[in-house]
Design a protein around this ligand. Structure first.
Ligand code: UD1
Ligand code: UDP
Length: 383
């Protein structure tokens, strides 16, 4: 029997972190040729992940340009994917999540009549413009996909409400698989700035912010809130690995740079980031991935957004929506910094997003779909 050619397509940092363990899992499987095409929607931040997980793409579209628009990303991905598909001849294409790469990868597969597996399927806010453009990307990919790998039961229910019931698997999120390979208690960072942070004596706050719907006024409010938090709390050190987007860097330079106790650093390699999260006190972020990782590590998260498509950890009590209003963010962060009971209430390790075996279930589901495995994999039912 010919080997199944499974092509994983990704382009940004979070997709790469969450797809790396799956590309590897598929490579271990007999009867599978695990192929990988990167769009390089992100260049440096993607390459850093490829290095950490020791992945060598079979195809690289190298599309990134400074200040790229949604239309340029999508059209360049589509054109590049034509060649990649002709060259790699996959039996199935896997895309991840909700980026422009995800949407273009799925659309291209459809144009070539190749089945699509959607990893991290079924997340929804039901607000077309928030997160923008991710909510629409994932809905569009849902319409195209043949297999759906939902991290949680809640995600499966979202698909069911849209009439999608065939080919749906609950697998857990592959980010937990990735996290299990990176976090170590004796980890040493590559810079002394991070090694020397007073993790025990002070409160290290880890911050990230990059979402398009936060550009402008919300991002200004967030930066001013961070400044105020650092100025008003002498026992705090705020560490912020700043995304390479020029829009984000301008906001940081304008409103946050120069504040006391604020460490503005370049994006970290994934293993450094995960270990920093493991040691920090509190996470403030508008990132999707951090909302999944921090609860697994027992770190409270304040989400710098008005909504979230990841309500599971909010329900579990380790994540709270702080919004994008300066006073609200400052009030909620200050409480967690000064009120030990409030902090302890949130700081419990919960893991609604997976048990570290998501990739194994996804690989099984793909093999089962192609008739190469007798048993349908059991769904992930929580820890
Ligand atoms: C993209 C995704 C978003 C995801 C985020 C993860 C879309 C529309 N958005 O947003 O869903 O949450 O990635 O970080 O797909 N840049 C570099 N080097 C890099 C990476 C980015 O210089 O390694 C700069 C480029 O100038 C680029 C800008 O950052 O134009 C923004 O990157 P882009 O991929 O367009 O959007 P993100 O905000 O990163
Ligand atoms: N991350 C990283 N280095 C950083 C910041 C984030 O490796 O400096 C990781 C983070 O741990 C998570 C992923 O990148 O795994 C999240 O990516 P991002 O916030 O860019 O995108 P989102 O998850 O919001 O789509």
């Amino acid at each position: 029997m010919d080997k199944l050619r499974i092509l994983s397509v990704f382009g940004t940092r979070p997709e790469a972190i969450k797809m790396a363990p799956l590309v590897k899992e598929l490579a271990f499987r007999e009867g599978v040729e695990s192929l990988c095409c990167v769009t390089a929607q992100h260049r440096q931040m993607l390459d850093s992940v490829l290095e950490v997980f020791d992945l060598k793409p079979d195809w690289d579209l190298d599309i990134m340009t400074p200040r790229q628009t949604l239309s340029t990303i999508t059209s360049k991905c589509l054109l590049g994917m034509d060649e990649a598909i002709d060259g790699l001849k996959p039996d199935m294409i896997l895309v991840h999540g909700d980026t422009s790469t995800t949407f273009a990868g799925a659309l291209s597969a459809f144009y070539h009549q190749i089945p699509v597996g959607h990893v991290e399927a079924g997340l929804r806010t039901y607000d077309k413009y928030s997160p923008f453009p991710e909510e629409m990307n994932r809905k569009l990919v849902s319409a195209i996909a043949d297999l759906y790998f939902c991290p949680t039961e809640n995600n499966r229910n979202n698909l069911r409400k849209e009439g999608i019931t065939e080919g749906v698997f609950v697998t857990g999120n592959t980010v937990i698989d990735a996290l299990k390979t990176t976090v170590r208690s004796e980890y040493r960072f590559s810079t002394e700035e991070l090694n020397r942070l007073p993790y025990e004596e002070k409160k290290v706050l880890l911050v990230t912010c990059h979402r398009r719907e936060n550009y402008g006024e919300p991002m200004r409010n967030i930066m001013l809130a961070l400044r105020q938090i650092a100025e008003e709390n002498e026992d705090v050190e705020l560490v912020y690995p700043v995304h390479l987007s020029p829009v984000v860097r301008e906001a940081v330079d304008r409103y946050l740079r120069g504040a006391p106790r604020v460490h503005l650093i370049d994006p970290l390699p994934a293993d450094e980031m995960h270990n920093l999260m493991h040691r920090c006190y509190l996470v403030l972020t508008d990132s999707g991935g951090l909302q999944e990782e921090a609860p697994a590590l027992g770190k409270p998260v304040l989400v710098l957004r008005r909504e979230t498509e990841r309500p599971e950890a909010v329900t579990a009590g380790t994540v709270k929506l702080a919004g994008v209003v300066q006073d609200d963010i400052v009030t909620m962060a200050t409480r967690l910094i000064r009120d030990k009971a409030a902090y302890e209430n949130m700081a419990k390790a919960v893991n609604p997003y997976g048990d570290g075996r998501a990739c194994s279930r996804i690989a099984d589901a793909i093999l089962w779909h192609f008739g190469r495995l007798a048993e349908r994999p059991e769904d992930y039912r929580g820890n």
